[in-house]
Design a protein around this ligand. Structure first.
Ligand code: ADP
Ligand code: MG
Length: 385
């Protein structure tokens, strides 16, 4: 990396995004809106972002030819998927700016590294035990239970997790996850879950969106209410932790930080995502700048936009389950009824195939009073069945 101020990258330069899911699709939209061209690397020919990209390279993330082509043609690269091999990011970074960098992404890819990083930087996290052997299982104290066993890598939407009620059940739970490295977390009593999405630039300045409050169903994000109506002290604390975390990671780009607010009033970091976050989707419709435009700006060493929230918002995820009637037959949700409601913004990701539990889209309800927003959310959910 050259010393001094990184040069801004300006339109119509070509940017690359590794990963072609919905997050990548929104990045492509935001970058194209600013006049950039965008290439997507994703092995899935039906990847939602690939369809709208200027070019879709259909190849694995560590494909040497694809990475070389990106290095040759693109001015900078980012990622929308935290499981891109860190080595691929390192290889690209020898030729073009890669933001966030491989080191930061690597920490967020592995729950063991994540928690050790939080510990090393004096940031709050919940009780956990690393499980890499049968001996590790035997060494967990009884105070850990009830607990949740999570694979250290590759988990998302509650996948790769097992509930473990007592110490007798740990070994078989670990075996059912394929004996891969895991962390065991004490199950915390949650008063609320919240998240902070922030953007941090090459110069270390940061712009955070106000914390949102998240409700999960079956381990999958269901709704985000933003700004969160939690006590001011909690919101300030969450923002402070998220900003310190981003600085400690030397982070450049958009970072999502998930928090637990426990029944006993503690705020702990659950996990980090080195990319825009599902709980930041409302920023498209409720803020002066979206998390995806901030991602473009941070990647290109352009000024970050100051964040102004102009509406109250509830973001509702649309899972593939909605495409199936109670008897399992395929159906199309009644979009025209949803769109008839005031303040509804619908975003469908253009995914090839609906599947139960799969994120197919979301809708955000915005308004100027919580009463009106909540009423519309209720009506919308009724309409969709
Ligand atoms: P994912 O990577 O799938 O998002 P998370 O670790 O965020 O995995 O877990 C998904 C959800 O499961 C959390 O948002 C929370 O609702 C619940 N959960 C996870 N860990 C704990 C815990 N230690 N105590 C209580 N609830 C938890
Ligand atoms: Mg999570």
């Amino acid at each position: 990396d050259a010393k001094g101020k990184p040069q801004p990258i300006v339109p119509p330069a070509t940017l690359a995004v590794l990963g072609g899911g919905q997050l990548g699709r929104f990045f492509v939209r935001a970058a194209q809106e600013l006049g950039f061209r965008v290439w997507v690397l994703d092995p899935d020919p039906n990847a939602p972002a690939g369809r709208i990209a200027d070019r879709h390279l259909v190849a694995p993330y560590d494909d040497a030819d694809a990475l070389a082509e990106i290095a040759r043609h693109c001015a900078a690269a980012t990622t929308e998927f935290e499981n891109v091999p860190a080595e691929a990011l390192r290889a690209l970074a020898r030729a073009i700016p890669v933001r966030p960098g491989a080191d930061a992404v690597e920490v967020c890819q592995d729950r063991r590294k994540e928690k050790r990083f939080l510990a090393a930087n004096g940031l709050p996290y919940g009780p956990f035990w690393v499980i890499e052997s049968a001996d590790d299982c035997a060494a967990v104290p009884p105070s850990a239970y009830p607990a949740i066993l999570k694979t250290a890598r590759l988990g998302y939407d509650g996948k790769g997790q097992r509930s473990v009620q007592t110490s007798d059940a740990l070994l078989s739970a670990w075996e059912s996850l394929g004996r891969v490295p895991c962390v065991l977390e004490k199950r915390l009593g949650l008063a609320a879950e919240l998240s902070v999405v922030l953007a941090r630039g090459v110069d270390g300045t940061a712009e955070a969106f106000p914390p949102g409050e998240n409700v999960h169903r079956n381990g999958i994000l269901d709704t985000t209410t933003a700004p969160a109506s939690l006590p001011e002290a909690i919101r300030v604390h969450a923002l402070d932790v998220a900003l310190r975390l981003a600085a400690a990671l030397d982070y450049v780009g958009v970072l999502g930080v998930e928090f637990f607010y426990t029944d006993d009033g503690l705020l702990t970091v659950n996990e980090m995502a080195p990319r825009p976050h599902n709980s930041g989707h409302h920023t498209i419709d409720a803020c002066s700048v979206s998390q995806f435009e901030q991602q473009v700006r941070a990647l290109c060493a352009l000024p970050l936009a100051p964040v102004r929230t102009h509406s109250l918002a509830v973001m509702n995820n649309l899972l593939g389950d909605l495409w199936f009637a109670a008897d399992g037959t395929r159906r199309e949700p009644e979009w025209e009824r949803l769109l008839a409601l005031p303040g509804v913004a619908l975003h469908l990701y253009g995914k090839h195939e609906p599947r139960p539990g799969r994120k197919m889209g979301h809708f955000t309800v915005t308004g100027s009073s919580w009463e009106a927003v909540r009423q519309t959310v209720c009506a919308a959910r009724q309409q969709l069945g």
